[in-house]
Design a protein around this ligand. Structure first.
Ligand code: FES
Ligand code: FES
Length: 153
């Protein structure tokens, strides 16, 4: 066990972690941030995506000890109090959420895309989200939601 310190959703935090503990385990089990989903645990589904220093990473493939000194953002850190982030609002309005399992990872990946490319083409949206699997929506509504968030700014 070792103690790590990092920034979580804007706040400085510290916790003990096991040597082999992954970031998704730490977020869910030590901080109760269950918005980050543990799906395949193999790097295949994208459900565990969080932003690490602003870039999407698969938290099931990352050791928690590597978070030392870095900044992690989860879906819980996205809204501004009761006010939803434009992406969250667009996903709801477009019906892009069904079971919701993929949604946190989709939204965080889309957030990183829009920060690096504020006006992406449909092809660029689909390519950015290609590592995030959805078994429910068929993706069309998800892509529409990202487009809507672009236009809501
Ligand atoms: S749980 Fe990490 S990619 Fe599936
Ligand atoms: S909404 Fe169910 S997996 Fe995407």
């Amino acid at each position: 066990m070792r103690v790590i310190r990092f920034t979580l959703n804007g706040d400085p935090v510290e916790t003990g972690v096991r040597t082999e503990e992954t970031l998704v385990q730490t977020l869910r089990e030590r901080f109760g941030l269950t918005g980050t989903k543990q799906g395949c645990d193999l790097g295949d589904c994208g459900a565990c995506t969080v932003l690490f220093d602003g870039a999407p990473v698969l938290s099931c493939l990352m050791l928690s000890s590597d978070a030392e000194g870095h900044s992690v953002q989860t879906i819980e850190g996205l809204s501004n109090g009761e006010k939803l982030h434009p992406l969250q609002k667009a996903f709801l309005e477009e019906g892009a959420v069904q079971c919701g399992y993929c949604t946190p990872g989709m939204i965080l990946t889309a957030k990183a895309l829009l920060e690096s490319n504020p006006d992406p083409s449909e092809h660029e949206i689909r390519r950015a989200l290609s590592g995030n699997l959805c078994r429910c929506t068929g993706y069309t509504k998800i892509v529409s939601a990202v487009k809507k968030a672009v236009n809501s700014d």
